[in-house]
Design a protein around this ligand. Sequence first.
Ligand code: SF4
Ligand code: SF4
Length: 188
Amino acid sequence: MRILRLERPDPTRLIEEKIVIARELYELWGEDLAEDEEISPLLPRYTQAVEDSNRVMEDFGTFEECYVCTVIDKKGCCKIGLENECTVLILLLNLILGVEFPEEREVPGRCFFVGPRGCKILARPMLCRDYFCIRHHQKLSESQMARITQVLNEELVLLHQITSLMRRRLEAWTGDFLLELDLTGYGV
Ligand code: SF4
Ligand code: SF4
C-alpha cells in the first residue's frame, strides 16, 4: 500500500497520488466492493439520487447560473485545489461507478476534474454539491432551496453510507488502519 506524501503541498501531486491509490485499491478490491451484499444495493440508489439532484438543480436554473458565472463572467468556484475535497474513498467509488479520470489538469487554475462540459466525475464531495453562493441565494425561492436541500440530503447520506462501508470492508480485508482514505489534503 502506498503512503501519501503529506509533506508536499502541491494540489496536483496530491490528487495524482490519491488517484494512484484509488486505482490500486480498485484493481485489488473493486469487484468485491461492488458485489458486497450491503454496498451493491446502495450503488444504483446513489446514482439515481445524483440524477434526481441534478434534475431538480437543472429545473431551478442553478447549473445555468454556474455556467454564466464560470464561462461568461470568468469567475466560477471550481478552483485549483478543490479536487482534493475528493478522498481516496470518493475516487474509488467513482471507479466502481465506471468513471474515468483525466490524466492531467485540463484547465489551468481550475479543479483537476473540470472539463469543457463541467465536472467530469459522478461521485462528488459534499462541498461541491452543497455549496450555493450568493448568486443562487438571490435567485432561488425559499421553497426551491428547501427542495434542493431535500434531494441533496438523500444523495449525501448515501455517499456517506457507501464510503463508510467501503472503509470498513477495506480495513477488515487488509488489516490496515487506513486513515488516509478519508484525507482531503487541505492545510497540509
Ligand atoms: S456556485 Fe456560485 S460562484 Fe460557484 S460557479 Fe456557481 S454561481 Fe459561480
Ligand atoms: S464540482 Fe467537480 S470540478 Fe467542481 S470542484 Fe467539485 S470535483 Fe472539482
